[in-house]
Write a protein that binds this ligand. Structure first.
Ligand code: URA
Length: 430
């Protein structure tokens, strides 16, 4: 990486940066450049870097600092570049949820409508699912594309979903690990720089963000999620990228399923059955919204209606199959994914209304169930606001380990009075 003054950040200079940050001052772009360079080169140790990040947690960061940190992190590794003259390339990012099947369906659906979608995804983290684990539940699927193969696939068939590589933003991998160990994850500027640096390095010209809010997300309160959305969009704009962010609900699982392969099956069935889910299907509603935003960012007209058409006429499903075939899997492998025929029911012990769902607990259970059986997981029948009778199934448990997952009924809080379900989308930040 090229920095303003290579080698300038040594232990003494770093101590001054920590003290300035501690006392509430902003660091310059050159400081951030040299800090990331010094950290990656081993001239600055983890203790000093963690102290600086803790000062960022307490004192906050300016927008200019977050932009400078993003820039320094992007330059710590390789970057992908797409030829703009061949058309806009778009990307989609979710801040992490449970039952979040949006990318699995929205990426091929948007490509079926003419968009070019390049998505590098992560694996499961904590209670949240990872898009790559879901795709790898399809026998034969290859997520480990080289950056060249990734670009070629987007240019030839219009979409690719591949695993994050070490070559892109290596600084983020090391810094995120350090933040995780030192309690310094929750600083808006650090989170935004971490997320946006990976998006900028991935090369898309426009990005659609889905920032989750609710107890199972990084930003439990809608105001926090709105603030993160604002940072993400503004930092992208600072890099000349178009961006829009939706603040969406994570008080309950988004889709009906939780687990790697079972979520892939749900996404497959939404695309294959062509919009039969109906208007109460929150996952499908969000998929269509995201596709509309991806089309809008790609300067393709038609919005949600065009997305719904690609769902109905099967072109979205055909594009999913084409993407899987390009990455080593097959239609037969996708269609051969069959769930355990004898799931166990989690039943309501009494009549009432579903007031709350412990999404973290269900997310952890779904991960555990799909650890030894890729098609193991949960189907969640009950939604917040639903009236349930005693003995009615709240969820169904699938897979080899289904007998070992206990007390899931406690994840559903049932009360006497009717409650309104939470909104699906809280806000849109442009
Ligand atoms: N996701 C990221 O990629 N980075 C963060 O810092 C938080 C969430």
């Amino acid at each position: 990486m090229a920095v303003a003054n290579p080698g300038a950040m040594d232990e003494t200079a770093m101590r001054h940066c920590i003290e300035r940050k501690r006392d509430g001052h902003a660091l310059s772009a050159t400081d951030w450049d040299e800090i990331i360079d010094g950290f990656m080169e081993g001239r600055i140790d983890e203790a000093q870097t963690a102290a600086l990040f803790m000062a960022c947690v307490w004192r906050g960061m300016t927008f200019e600092e977050a932009h400078a940190l993003t820039d320094a992190m992007v330059r710590s590794g390789e970057t992908v570049s797409f030829d703009r003259s061949k058309g806009i390339v778009v990307d989609k990012h979710s801040s992490g949820g449970v039952g979040d099947i949006v990318s699995l369906a929205a990426v091929p659906l948007a490509a079926a409508c003419g968009a070019r979608v390049a998505k590098l995804s992560g694996r499961a983290l904590g209670h949240t699912g990872g898009t790559i684990d879901k795709l790898e539940a399809i026998p034969g699927f290859n997520a480990a594309l080289s950056l060249d193969a990734f670009v070629r696939q987007v240019e030839s068939i219009g979409c690719a979903i591949a695993a994050q590589t070490q070559a892109l933003v290596p600084a983020d991998k090391r810094i995120y690990n350090l933040r995780d160990r030192t309690g310094t994850v929750p600083a808006m500027g650090l989170i935004a720089a971490s997320i946006v640096s990976k998006k900028i390095a991935c090369g898309a010209h426009a990005i659609v963000f889905d920032v989750k809010t609710g107890p199972a997300s990084f930003t439990p309160q809608p105001e926090q999620a709105r603030e993160l959305a604002r940072w993400l969009v503004d930092i992208c704009k600072g890099f000349g990228r178009k961006a829009v962010a939706f603040v969406t609900d994570m008080h309950q699982p988004l889709g009906r399923t939780i687990g790697a392969g079972i979520e892939m099956v749900e996404a497959r069935d939404i695309l294959r059955s062509g919009a039969k889910g109906g208007s109460d299907d929150r996952a499908q509603a969000l998929i269509l919204k995201m596709v509309a935003a991806l089309l809008d960012a790609s300067e393709i007209s038609g919005g949600e209606e065009r997305a719904a058409q690609a769902l109905r006429d099967g072109t979205g499903y055909a594009k999913l199959v084409e993407m899987l075939e390009a990455q080593g899997a097959s239609r037969a492998a996708l269609e051969g994914m069959e769930l355990d025929a004898q799931p166990l029911a989690v039943k309501a012990s009494h009549v009432g209304f579903v007031h709350a769902i412990d999404v973290v607990n269900l997310g952890n259970a779904g991960r555990r169930l799909s650890q030894h059986d890729k098609l193991g997981g949960l189907f969640v029948n009950a939604r917040i606001g639903d009236r349930v009778e005693a003995g009615q199934p709240l969820a169904r448990v699938y897979g080899k380990d289904k007998e070992h997952v206990r007390n899931l009924e406690a994840s559903f809080k049932i009360g006497d009075k009717p409650v309104e379900p939470p909104p699906l989308i809280y806000d849109t930040v442009t």
